[in-house]
Design a protein around this ligand. Structure first.
Ligand SMILES: *[C@@H]1O[C@H](CO)[C@@H](O)[C@H](O)[C@H]1NC(C)=O
Ligand SMILES: *[C@@H]1O[C@H](CO)[C@@H](O)[C@H](O)[C@H]1NC(C)=O
Ligand SMILES: *[C@@H]1O[C@H](CO)[C@@H](O)[C@H](O)[C@H]1NC(C)=O
Ligand SMILES: CC(=O)N[C@H]1CO[C@H](CO)[C@@H](O)[C@@H]1O
Length: 471
């Protein structure tokens, strides 16, 4: 038993059938769920614990295994291995799976069976990677679905509402991995959440959310602008608040990190060639406008309250939204030196490199020149009786609406016309909808994007200000 992981006596998953005894199988763990506790029906007052994982021993064969037992046993077993490690299982119970019911919640497996592991009868041993065959280890880079069976992010966005609630496969690169957030629900259950931003050739930023510790752990190992993932069976939803499509990792989902497929290799090349572009994700967000529906934003803040709220926000880097009754106190649109219009790439929306005017994001070389369009890109100061917010970004169509002119009209204005335009609303009390949050990159650590800015109805403004908005 010195090296039980290298033994030649394993039963292949393809050969499983019920009633096999003294079985020994080996596989690489490709999926895993969090530990859950259930009231024990046979033993009122106590709880039984369980978690599931999926193992694979060849390209075509993988099965779902569920382990049951006491809390300590299940927690320590679950903690003993991660996705990507190999395990040997001895004496599992082989059960026919009830396809309809189970595949709703668990990964669709090609096998007709599932494994049941009990604390008393089965054994799970974790193998170190040098003990096992390289062939087995390489299975971790093989998606569980056909390599061409996926949606690009652009397809998902283009399909929009028709994909709401659908379970599909996605191939995409990782742009950023958010901090995991831990919270307690109103019925005192613990929860966690982590937001991943994905991208590909067709879409600069797309959110995927994880709600379980195992997928969050997996995501923490991904390298932004390097890792490519094939996520099989993620749920697509239309996010009403952000007015965009998003993906959610569910219990059926199996995520293959850096898949070894032709399609993934093409995407990895794209990622490599475009890596030097240090695009600020927030910038893309405002460009894409996330078209937050403004009437969902109702909290009124003074400048001082907004700063305090940003610092107090528990989900530190997640943005908050609010309304300010304030005025624009700095607006440099009539200075030669201040660049307020920048070119964006028509294909991907990124701001172009100033010097070369070439989009390094979707251009594979200077030959593939894409068309560009000018877009406002301004930083303004907002002031009220409690203070000033510096360098708030006012961009794109929001800037056009605010200034009351298109970017092309603006570009042909004389400096005098620009100065006149500026004084039309500089220091006029406005009702300003903002998105705000802490950011390491922003000046003063606070990043503020203007979503809408219109002259305020003076009566409404004074009523709201005297009501003091939000404490
Ligand atoms: C395995 O199946 C069970 C239900 O039988 C399910 O709860 C579990 O999520 C599945 N395993 C994995 C790794 O998803
Ligand atoms: C497992 O073994 C323990 C101790 O040997 C025993 O108390 C328990 O009832 C057994 N559980 C099952 C499900 O057989
Ligand atoms: C997830 O991890 C957090 C932090 O480590 C922990 O408090 C929580 O109990 C875990 N949840 C589950 C379901 O394992
Ligand atoms: C954004 C907001 O709270 N606006 C309020 C300002 O005051 C008027 C009248 O009191 C309310 O109707 C608005 O809802």
């Amino acid at each position: 038993m010195a090296n039980s992981c290298a033994s030649k006596t394993f039963t292949a998953l393809s050969d499983l059938h019920p009633n096999m005894a003294n079985l020994k199988i080996i596989g690489i763990v490709i999926g895993k769920t969090d530990v859950k506790g259930f009231p024990d029906r046979k033993n009122i007052g106590s709880e039984r614990y369980t978690f599931s994982f999926t193992i694979r021993d060849s390209p075509a064969h993988f099965v779902n295994a569920t382990s049951w037992g006491h809390e300590d046993y299940i927690r320590s077993l679950s903690d003993s291995f991660r996705v990507g490690e190999c395990v040997v299982i001895e004496n599992p119970l082989i059960q026919r799976k009830e396809i309809e019911r189970e595949e709703k919640f668990s990964p669709a497996t090609p096998s007709n069976y599932k494994l049941l592991l009990s604390e008393n009868h089965s054994m799970v041993k974790v193998c170190s990677s040098y003990e096992v065959d390289a062939k087995l280890l390489s299975l971790i880079h093989l998606p569980v679905k056909e390599s061409r069976d996926y949606y690009s992010l652009g397809d998902i966005v283009a399909n929009g509402h028709s994909l709401d609630g659908k379970i599909i496969n996605v191939l995409a690169a990782v742009r950023s991995v958010g901090e995991p957030k831990y919270f307690t629900t109103s019925d005192r259950r613990k929860g966690q959440r982590c937001e991943i931003k994905l991208y590909d050739e067709t879409e600069p930023s797309f959110t995927m959310t994880c709600w379980d510790n195992e997928s969050i752990l997996l995501a923490q190992r991904w390298m932004p602008q390097e890792t490519v993932i094939f996520a099989s069976d993620v749920r697509i939803n239309f996010d009403k608040f952000r007015n965009c499509m998003t993906a959610t990792v569910i219990s059926k989902t199996i995520i293959t990190t850096n898949p070894d497929t032709p399609e993934a290799n093409i995407l990895m090349n794209f990622v490599r060639e475009n890596k030097e572009t240090k695009v600020v994700a927030d910038e893309i967000d405002t460009y894409l406008k996330e078209s937050i529906s403004l009437n969902t934003i109702v909290d009124v803040y003074t400048v001082e309250q907004l700063k305090a709220k940003a610092l107090r926000n528990e989900r530190k880097l997640d943005p908050s939204y609010g309304i300010l009754y304030a005025y624009i106190s700095t607006l440099n649109i009539d200075h030669e030196t201040m660049k307020v219009v920048r070119n964006r790439c028509s294909s991907c929306g990124y701001v172009l490199n100033e010097a070369s005017n070439v989009c390094t994001t979707c251009n594979k070389g200077s030959s593939g020149f894409r068309s560009v369009f000018p877009s406002f890109h301004m930083l303004v100061d907002l002031t009220d009786h409690t203070g000033t917010l510096h360098s708030c970004s006012l961009t794109g169509s929001v800037a056009e609406e605010t200034l009351g002119c298109t970017v092309n009209e603006f570009l042909v204005m004389t400096d005098e016309q620009k100065t006149a335009l500026k004084w039309q609303f500089l220091l006029e009390r406005s009702k300003i909808y903002v998105k705000f949050g802490l950011s390491h990159r922003a000046r003063g650590g606070l990043r503020i994007s203007i979503l809408s800015c219109k002259l305020a109805d003076p009566a409404e403004a004074s009523r709201n200000l005297s009501g003091q908005g939000h404490a």
